[in-house]
Write a protein that binds this ligand. Sequence first.
Ligand code: ADP
Ligand code: ADP
Length: 219
Amino acid sequence: MIRFEHVSKRYANGGDALKDISFTLEAGEIAFVTGHSGAGKSTLLKLIAGIEKPSRGQALVNGQNLARLSRRRLPYYRRGIGIIFQDHKLLPELSVADNVALPLVVAGHHGPEVGRRVRAALDKVGLLGKERSTPQALSGGEQQRVGIARALVARPPLLLADEPTGNLDPELSREVMRLFRDFNQVGVAVLIASHDHALIEEMDARTLTLHAGSLVSDV
Ligand code: ADP
Ligand code: ADP
């Protein structure tokens, strides 16, 4: 699913945000990326999401060489990746159902199929009754679950999450992690950037640790 070989990233006006990173994540694997602020977690996720390009080394995701990812191909590439943000980035003027439908609509789906898949995704995160609500009417944990439903509605094989529990209390964080495990168990590869040590320990999953741009452990 993901194969990094000696990948480095240097920003135009900065130092090396990532240095000589090599790792693989197989289909159906789940792993955390951890490290202090500035260690390179967001940069790693941005490379995989196609937001930034590697400066050196070879990065393959879903069979795509990221160095050769053209602007034209980017939307197609992104359809293979579900992304979950800390602040969930839901659109306040749209209903929960319309927010979740967005990736399908953008991919050109329409008709009853969209509604069916949106309901299936909301059902998986336990929010079937909230279809017509607006995001503001929901609790923080519910909003994050809407974000998860939106990330997974188009059934991408890879899920990226950037500090997905940053704004949640421990109980809600565990609930979000349970959902990731559920999706992982049906074959979705999951990569979670987090500095929530307690949560990472509790999850007992593979953990990649970054320090000042280097991968210092992978256990
Ligand atoms: P983390 O997510 O672990 O906090 P980041 O990937 O955001 O780490 O940052 C890694 C390093 O790259 C930091 O030193 C940060 O200041 C730098 N950096 C991040 N984004 C940029 C950018 N757009 N331009 C220059 N430097 C950046
Ligand atoms: P955000 O998570 O708010 O979108 P970024 O991911 O762009 O922010 O940046 C993450 C880290 O990188 C932050 O610590 C930020 O200060 C730093 N950073 C972002 N852009 C630059 C830059 N142009 N030069 C140096 N550091 C940067």
